[in-house]
Design a protein around this ligand. Structure first.
Ligand code: NAP
Length: 233
């Protein structure tokens, strides 16, 4: 039995992770502000939703109280928001929320749950980044880009600290995805709707399955996965 914790799991890629990763007997803790539809999850897995607003880092303390010391095999930090206006027009509140949701809560969640991860069998942390966080990528967002770049630094620095504990930390630098087409709808639906221009969530789920299946002797620090036709990375 594996236990997954997915932060940012009510819709999009996070919701699809909850459908595509756990197998019979596994447990999955879904974290988000909105309660996810759990009716479509495979019957043989054990889901639990915990409501939390990750723009407020105190919410991680409440989350830790709820989860306690249960081992967590795979922690996926997927929550992400982005600016909708030009940098000069983005409010201080919006900048703070993007920083907290995309990066500060990720850092704090790993700090709070590191004992749960150490106590597990698989010991994997997956950070959902973006190709926007790669050097010279050309993204016009400022705060989003900075937070996704920060996740890469977090991945490398955590590795230096937790190498001896056997914890595998990976940041996925992902390009344009069809996250509005759920895993349950199938990759073909995403390929047809977007004419092969956006990555189906199935591809990302397959990548994470591969990470989870590696032996404890291997670790993958970063994966850059632009969509084939993305012109910016
Ligand atoms: N879509 C793309 O093309 C693309 C490309 C590269 C990278 N990414 C990254 O992939 C990840 C998933 O993207 P997506 O398209 O699936 O996004 P999405 O559909 O907007 O889903 C984002 C998830 O994050 C959660 N979230 C947002 N704000 C939150 C908050 N304050 N507290 C708790 N949870 C919060 C949302 O839940 P609630 O709103 O219910 O709280 C939701 O479950 C993000 O990190 C994004 O940056 C996406």
């Amino acid at each position: 039995m594996k236990r997954y914790m997915i932060l940012g799991a009510s819709r999009g890629l996070g919701h699809s992770f909850a459908h595509g990763l756990p197998k019979g007997g596994d447990e999955v803790i879904l974290v988000s502000r909105t309660e996810p539809d759990m009716s479509s999850l495979p019957k043989e897995i054990h889901p639990q939703w915990i409501g939390a607003d990750l723009s407020k880092i105190e919410s991680i303390d409440a989350l830790k109280k709820d989860v306690g010391d249960k081992p967590i095999d795979v922690l996926i930090y997927n929550a992400g928001i982005w600016e909708t206006k030009r940098f000069e027009e983005t409010s201080r509140e919006d900048i703070a929320a993007i920083c907290n949701v995309n990066f500060v809560s990720a850092l704090y969640a790993v700090q709070q749950f590191i004992g749960n991860i150490k106590a597990s069998k698989l010991k994997k942390i997956v950070l959902v980044g973006s190709t926007a966080g790669l050097e010279n990528e050309g993204a016009k967002s400022v705060t989003y880009t900075a937070t996704k770049f920060a996740l890469r630094g977090m991945c490398h620095s955590l590795r230096e600290n937790y190498r001896e504990d056997g914890i595998g930390i990976t940041v996925l630098n992902l390009g344009g995805m069809a996250t509005d087409i759920a895993y349950t709808q199938g990759a073909q639906e995403a390929l047809s709707q977007y004419k092969n221009t956006r990555i189906p969530v199935d591809d990302v789920i397959n990548l994470v399955k591969c990470l989870i299946s590696l032996s404890p002797a291997s670790t993958i620090k970063e994966i850059d996965m632009p969509a084939q036709f993305d012109a910016d990375s």
